[in-house]
Design a protein around this ligand. Structure first.
Ligand SMILES: Cc1cc2nc3c(=O)[nH]c(=O)nc-3n(C[C@H](O)[C@H](O)[C@H](O)COP(=O)(O)OP(=O)(O)OC[C@H]3O[C@@H](n4cnc5c(N)ncnc54)[C@H](O)[C@@H]3O)c2cc1C
Length: 487
């Protein structure tokens, strides 16, 4: 057994509420460490039936469910599954996500993915840190027909929500929060099963479950390639600690997906065909975006509770035609996009966490060091002003929050697909890639669906719409009326 993995950054991720100092300089590039203490990890075995690469939400969930289904079905043992991460659980986006769990998508097949995922969150809310507070999204009149369509599609996929329009929408908002300023708020969707999860708790819970079901967890081994036979099948995963022969690979590599994709022979550019018949030629398979997020402490006497003294739902507001001004009436931006959730577990005191629309980088990005450690991906100064201004425009109680913005390192990047919708597919006959286009913390159920497919042999319906083949058959998604790539 090994209990520790290298942490050249000397950066302690286990206490998210502490400040995040700039890491000391090292000859080697600092590396983002695991977000939970590593325990009972093992050395790399020579072979395994299943090798799962990456201990983020998808790798952890895949490994846990694979081990569980193998044991329960008698088709194998939990120890047939080897999970490899170059650092440890949560060292990528999963360890620093905002943790919002919602089903607000114009891409209808995602509703079933999120429903299947919320079933996993609901299966052990305590150990996954899942707070089922609900999710309230608010739009202007130009989004009304989208919300109507979205609610019908959510209901059809077994995920009911409540829709309010016009005066009813405004009454719903002030009923929930009496100091809510309803200007330009014309339509509201309330998802009762949604909420948020504390990311470190979720990572801890998933890692524990992998351990309990007998997964061999190899932390501190870096994959540096895949050996493939003449037909393209993977015969071994190569690491800096040697090779591991395997029958089946699952890749959940988050922002590192483009590198693994290339090693597995995936295309770097593809033609993308849309349902209206138009085809965009030679589109980059992966485009990096960086996320703009931050945290705000709540001043003495200010809370984020509802009129009934309950924890607030996660709130998401996009007002596409409403400019944002600060308290002194200075114009900041010509549209409004903001999300917020209560985040004491993150901030270390009563506080809020949220953000706005991410910023496009391009097909290449410096992935190391990941997340908070990377100077290149810290939000610019305008973000704190903008974010606090949006909160003040929504709530009387949140006016003048700017001095309470938690000035510390934040951020992270993600690899997006050509239509910003996940790709879940085999890149070789025995190599399954979970590429969530960087909105998949909530999609914890994809690992469960993946495990079902690999143990029982049939692809679940929920996964079928997300194959790579959609781009060559005019099935690309992307029909959305939003400034944000994730709606
Ligand atoms: C700031 C931010 C906020 C977000 N907020 C939300 C949100 O509110 N809701 C939501 O649903 N989504 C959110 N997301 C997106 C979500 O966090 C990611 O989509 C999801 O966590 C990705 O999970 P993953 O398992 O694919 O990858 P990751 O969590 O990145 O894990 C990949 C793992 O693979 C390992 N790895 C990579 N390469 C190798 C290698 N060569 N060898 C060994 N190991 C390797 C890494 O060390 C890492 O631990 C957010 C993302 C960011 C950056």
């Amino acid at each position: 057994m090994i209990d520790t993995v290298p942490n050249p950054s000397e950066h302690n991720q286990w206490y998210p509420f502490a400040n995040r100092p700039v890491p000391p300089r090292h000859d080697q590039q600092p590396i983002n460490p695991a977000v939970v203490p590593v325990f009972d990890a093992v050395r790399l075995p020579e072979s395994a039936r299943f090798v799962v690469v990456g201990a983020g939400v998808h790798g952890l969930s895949s490994a846990y469910h694979l081990a569980m289904y193998l044991e329960r079905s008698g088709k194998g043992k939990g120890s047939d599954v080897v999970l490899i991460d170059k650092q440890g659980p949560g060292a990528g986006a999963t360890g620093l996500a905002c943790g919002c769990v919602r089903n607000l998508y114009m891409t209808e097949p995602l509703h079933a993915i999120v429903r299947a995922s919320v079933e996993v969150w609901e299966s052990d809310p305590v150990n996954f840190g899942f707070q089922q507070v609900g999710y309230v999204s608010v739009g202007e009149a130009n989004q009304e027909s989208d919300y109507v369509q979205l609610q019908a599609s959510q209901a059809a996929s077994g995920y009911p929500s409540d829709l309010y329009v016009g005066a009813d929408a405004r009454a719903f908002l002030t009923g929930l929060w009496p100091d809510f300023k309803t200007d330009n708020c014309d339509v509201v969707l309330h998802e009762l099963r949604s909420g948020y999860a504390g990311t470190h708790m979720a990572v801890w819970g998933l890692d524990q479950k992998c351990h309990q079901w007998g997964v061999q967890r190899v932390y501190g081994a870096s994959v540096n390639g895949y050996t493939r036979d003449a037909s393209g099948s993977v015969t071994a995963v190569e690491t800096d600690q040697g090779a591991i022969a395997c029958e089946q690979v699952v890749v959940g590599a988050g922002a590192w997906t483009p590198q693994h994709w290339e090693w597995l022979g995936g295309p770097t550019q593809i033609d993308v065909g849309y349902p209206d018949g138009h085809v965009e030629p030679s589109v980059d398979m992966w485009t990096y975006w960086r996320l703009l997020e931050g945290e705000v402490l709540l001043p003495e006497g200010v809370d984020f509770r509802t009129a009934n003294h309950r924890d607030s739902p996660v709130l998401h507001v996009e007002l596409m035609n409403t400019p944002v001004y600060d308290q002194d009436n200075n114009w900041l931006k010509d549209n409004f996009y903001s999300y917020v959730r209560y985040a004491a577990e993150r901030v270390g005191a009563p506080g809020l966490q949220g953000g706005t629309i991410p910023v496009k980088i391009g097909p290449k990005a410096a992935v190391e060091p990941y997340g908070h450690l990377n100077d290149e991906y810290q939000a610019e100064d305008w973000f704190a002003d903008y974010y606090c201004a949006t909160l003040g425009m929504l709530f009387k109680r949140f006016e003048n929050l700017r001095p309470y913005f938690k000035e510390r390192r934040n951020g992270g990047i993600g690899a997006f697909t050509p239509d910003n919708v996940p790709v879940f597919d085999h890149i070789a006959d025995n190599a399954w890639v979970i590429a969530d286009s960087n909105h998949g913390f909530k999609m914890i159920g994809v690992g469960k669906l993946t495990a079902k497919m690999l143990v029982y042999g049939q692809k679940p319906d929920e996964l079928k719409p997300f194959g790579l083949g959609r781009y060559s058959t005019n099935g690309a998604f992307g029909d959305r009326n939003s400034h944000c790539p994730w709606v």
